[in-house]
Design a binder for this molecule. Structure first.
Ligand code: PMP
Length: 410
């Protein structure tokens, strides 16, 4: 059950924007929340709220149980070997920064290399830039094919004995390109490098099996997968999390504190300094339950079918240029485009007047915008509750926008 069948679960979708039914096509930025997630958060605050891992009282025990149960659900969702390999963070950005601070800065030496692509989200680029600056390591960029794909032979050439880390998005948030993670893991591991995967756009949309992917770290955000904002995940292999230093020091994460030195708890708790994001984790656990009740294969099939339909319909407007893999190539559930001669922000404003919400801008991918030779793009991104009718509404609004901007298009 996807599309129209699940829309009723999302109260926010039942509204009009500027006199039109809301057509929400900005799911790569953040997803909407189904009623079971909203209810789980409310139920937690109404019945179980207390601090975790501390209070020796009933509510404290219930809150701890709820928090740790959420960790177990997430671990099962990504097929992590154990819940202890799931660290709760604020989101993808924080997870990647924690790897950069706690792991990369410790292992990188002058002359070492970090291999990434120029299509990375700033969250999977700047932490490595900063780590390179701090350690004397260097960034090495993989070349992109015209449609945004990478070639494995280029990866084999770029990854050398100097490479300590390969960092890549599983699915690009701009181009929708899907990168071959398990092959990348094999290449990285053959050279003794560690593979960091930015799963922000993959984990919400397709089944994820960290053991099959064999990635060393995986970062993702709850808010893009029907969960609340403010909660995300850092998965890591057991020996890497053991080796990695915490980023935040304080309450909750310690074992013994002396006057001049202290020791930490075991992972994942040593990474969760301070009162953790308890209600957020409970909400994420409910989101995982919800997504699994729909089925990740169904969601993947649905998003990809909508992306294929969108490509087909956008091709009807010759003034629209689409970026990323063409029809017939597997892609994530999003389509990025421009209307010739019109800035994406202006286009988005006109679409909003028709109730259609898309994202416009550089999508936190400025180096990629330079490669594409544009300041910004428009992006329509789909999720389980979108329908072909939403894409039809997008195309109708785009046709109106085309007439509106006729002078600019020429
Ligand atoms: N990486 C990718 C590929 C993304 O799409 C995003 C969110 N736009 C992020 C990282 C950052 O996620 P967050 O803002 O939730 O930390």
């Amino acid at each position: 059950m996807t599309g129209a069948d699940v829309r009723k679960d999302f109260p926010i979708l039942q509204q009009e924007i500027n006199g039109h039914p809301l057509v929400y096509l900005d799911n790569a930025a953040t997803s909407q929340k189904p009623r079971p997630v909203l209810e789980a958060i409310q139920r937690y605050y109404e019945h179980d709220n207390a601090n975790v891992h501390r209070g020796v009282h009933t509510l404290g025990a219930r809150a701890t149980e709820a928090y740790e149960l959420a960790r177990e659900k997430v671990a099962r969702f990504i097929n992590a070997p154990s819940p202890e390999q799931v660290v709760f963070t604020r989101g993808t950005t924080e997870s990647l920064n924690m790897i950069a601070y706690g792991y990369a800065r410790r292992v990188l030496q002058p002359g070492d290399e970090i291999v990434i692509t120029p299509a990375e989200h700033h969250s999977n680029l700047i932490p490595w830039q900063q780590a390179a600056r701090a350690t004397g390591a260097q960034l090495k960029y993989l070349p992109l094919q015209p449609d945004g794909q990478i070639r494995l032979e280029d990866v084999r050439q770029a990854v050398t004995d100097r490479t300590k880390l390969v960092a890549i998005a599983h699915v690009s948030n701009v181009l929708g390109t899907i990168h071959p993670v398990s092959e990348l893991a094999e290449i990285a591991h053959a050279r003794g490098a560690v593979l960091v995967v930015d799963g922000a756009q993959s984990v919400p949309h397709q089944p994820t099996d960290v053991q099959a992917l064999d990635c060393d770290f995986l970062a993702f955000s709850g808010h893009k997968m029907c969960g609340p904002t403010g909660i995300g995940v850092l998965y890591g292999k057991r020996h890497l999390l053991a080796e990695m230093e915490p980023t935040y020091f304080g309450g909750e994460m310690i074992d013994v504190v002396e006057l001049y030195e202290s020791t930490w708890k075991q992972p994942p708790w040593k990474f969760e300094g301070g009162t953790p994001i308890i209600a957020g984790a409970v909400g994420l656990g409910a989101a995982v339950d919800y997504l699994q009740s729909v089925g990740m294969e169904n969601i993947q099939r649905h998003s990809q079918a909508l992306a294929a339909y969108a490509l087909e319909r956008l091709a009807e407007i010759p003034e629209i240029e689409v970026y990323g893999p063409g029809p017939g190539v597997a892609r994530g559930g999003l389509v990025t485009f421009n209307l010739r001669g019109v800035h994406a922000h202006d286009l988005s404003t006109v679409l909003d007047a028709h109730g259609v919400a898309i994202r416009a801008g550089h999508h936190c991918c400025q180096p990629l915008m330079r490669i594409l030779g544009v300041p910004a793009t428009a992006r329509a991104s789909f999720y389980l509750y979108n329908t072909e009718a939403d894409i039809d509404a997008l195309v109708t609004a785009l046709t109106t926008a085309k007439e509106f901007f006729q002078h600019a298009i020429g």
